[in-house]
Design a protein around this ligand. Sequence first.
Ligand code: KG4
Length: 335
Amino acid sequence: MKILAFESSCDETAVAVVEDGRKILSDAIASQADLHALYGGVVPEIASRKHVEAIAALTEQALAQAGCTRADIDAVAVTYAPGLIGAVLVGVSFAKSVAYALGVPLIPVHHIRGHIAANYLAFPELEPPFLALAISGGNTLIVDVRDYTDLKILGSTRDDAAGECFDKAARVLGLPYPGGAPMDKLAQGSKGGVYQLPHAHVDGAELDMSFSGLKTAVVNLAHHAQQVGEELNRAALARDFAQAVSDELVPRVMLAAERTGHKIIAAAGGVAANSVIRADLERECARRGLKLYLPPLRLCGDNGAMIGAQGYYEFLAGHTASMELNAYATRDISE
Ligand code: KG4
């Protein structure tokens, strides 16, 4: 079954063709990151407009790369939540019109379910049940993936997402948006251990996380250094920051594995590209005899193929939508 999949929840317009949920036939992406870098973050209205401009040509590109004609497409999948509402709406409206024109089913896909499904594309042997750590620019979740379409949140951030925290910290270090990857590169020049950064703990909710205190601590540190004319060790701060984020995430995933008895862990989302977090996950999983899946970097960030992968399993579960489908800025992953 060939699914034409659309993703437009933030600043990447992405269209892919995926076969049977596991094989990428094409994966076309038009990133707007350079444009938003001018403003230090995503400007929602500009994102929506750019999606409108890019999506039709990108669809033709994805079909051509896959060696498909429109007649070869069996269904259309689309991110319908969560994300910037105007941006998600562009994908949903376009996908609806394509599904209608082709006379094929329309499959709504939750963006974070898609991120987790990126692992199905990279690892053919991976099947639920497993535990997922989904860390992106807008979400930070520990998820019990009981089945392909039966997911339960075990822990989540109480405030900022891990990626948002990387982006804000990068900004005060003078790095371009999105700051996660440049922070990661900068951190590789230091072993860290220079800056004391706070570690949060949510009373009575051991699997929940918090990143806003860490973000504020880095902002204050940078401003203080500027005010007293002190030179910051930027590489050490980037390294210590990544370690603090990882320390918030990795022990909680291990605790969740202990509590649920899951022996398989899969990482997902843009922040799963982080080298410190990947190394810590690898070390801790090896120590406990857990099987770890870390998707390749190109499948960590937003892409259309992950929506096609999850879309296949949503279709098998009978989760299709009518032309009444709407876009949602927020939506629980378990719905
Ligand atoms: O999954 P994604 O592409 O988009 C969302 O669904 O949000 O994630 C984007 C986030 C950004 O905050 C970006 O700075 C972060 O992922 N990111 C990283 C790295 N690469 C991307 N964060 C830390 N280390 C990285 N290497």
